[in-house]
Design a protein around this ligand. Structure first.
Ligand SMILES: [Zn+2]
Length: 357
């Protein structure tokens, strides 16, 4: 890449090599006829290289990634960048304004609406603007999410690792846990990946919060990716101490409540649970009945319920099976204090539920 000359980044205007531009891009209108505008940062490097998109707030109440993008957009300058960074700071602006996941009023999920099209419904039109103007011009991308409210999940990456270029991207990001799979129809990652733009989803923390340890990890992940693709040729990829790619349903399972009632979490202080361990109890209000939910196999808790009430069928926790080698690595990390305060600290690794991407 370095022997090529850098090119302008074109949307319906252009950002020249060596230019950093921060602006708002109109993707719709309010009831008042005012523009709905996405905050955008484009950093076009002085040197040629890949074009990387970063998106956050496709679900309007998922905020940790919004903070990551604010920091990434402020940190890098065209002088050091080989390629282009395209940051869409808050994609679902209407949902962000009302602090909810979906586009308000008709509850359309923007992350099931890609690539969108002209003449479609509100979500489809917004998706079309975003996808055709910015995403299609890029070579790879990272889409930041958190949990749906009332739940929380371990910091992890979701990626269709059956494609080698996606696997490279997922590995470079450097999360300990990668959930492998194609993703939902109409999600940005599924559509972009199928379009030849390798894309991963990062799940980090809960909705409605800035969680500093997770935001720091998100920043490290972005820098790892930029290092891997020589967008930042001076940087190096920081390898995680352990890595687990989880594929089929054999390896991960949502444990669900069979009775309604009050939920008391019993697991901890680390997310490592052994077969037969009590993960939580579900009790009735008179304390006459108590159901203990045990780990069906040894694994790590990738996601747990936070709101301490349940109905039959509610997901209580998402357990991922681990092999002996990973078990040994995690135990070594526990000995080194990596998980100190894990539960008390508001589940510092935790992000999203299974269907929340
Ligand atoms: Zn989400």
């Amino acid at each position: 890449m370095s022997d090529q000359s850098p090119e302008p980044f074109r949307y319906d205007a252009q950002v020249d090599p060596g230019e950093k531009r921060q602006f708002r891009y109109e993707v719709g209108e309010t009831y008042l006829g005012d523009p709905v505008e996405i905050p955008v940062t484009i950093i076009n490097g002085q040197h040629a290289g890949p074009r990387v998109f970063l998106t956050a707030g496709i679900h309007g109440d998922e905020l940790n990634g919004v903070k990551v993008l604010q920091e990434v957009a402020a940190r890098f300058s065209p002088a050091e960048v080989h390629g282009t960074l395209v940051c869409l700071h808050v994609v679902n602006v209407p949902g962000f304004q009302t602090q909810q996941r979906d586009i308000p009023i008709y509850d359309q999920d923007l992350n099931r609406s890609f690539p969108g099209r002209e003449g479609s419904n509100t979500a489809g039109r917004m998706a079309h603007q975003v996808y055709s103007r910015f995403i299609q011009q890029c070579d790879l991308g990272i889409d930041f999410h958190t949990s749906t409210r009332n739940r929380t999940t371990m910091f992890h990456v979701r990626a269709d690792t059956s494609a080698p270029e996606v696997q490279r991207l997922a590995e470079a990001f450097g999360a300990n846990v990668v959930l492998a799979g194609a993703g939902d129809v109409g999600s940005l990652r599924t559509v972009a990946t199928a379009d030849g733009i390798p894309t991963i989803t990062v799940e980090m923390g809960k909705a409605h919060r800035f969680q500093r340890p997770l935001i720091d990890r998100g920043n490290v992940g972005v820098e790892n990716v930029l290092a891997e693709y020589d967008v930042l040729p001076e940087a190096t990829v920081a390898e995680p101490a352990w890595r687990k790619v989880l594929g089929g349903d054999q390896e991960k399972r949502w444990l669900r409540a069979d009775t309604g009632g009050l939920v008391e979490m019993e697991w901890g202080p680390t997310p490592l649970v052994h077969e037969g361990d009590s993960i939580c109890t579900v009790s009735d209000h008179f304390s006459t009945e108590e159901h203990i939910v045990e780990a069906p196999f040894t694994g790590i808790l990738v996601g747990v319920l936070e709101n301490p009430v349940a109905l039959p069928g509610h997901p209580l926790c998402h357990l991922a099976r681990i092999d002996t080698e990973t078990h040994t690595e995690i135990e070594a990390e526990i000995d080194r204090g990596e998980f100190d305060g894990y539960r008390a600290f508001g589940l510092r690794w935790m992000g999203d539920g299974e269907e929340a991407e």
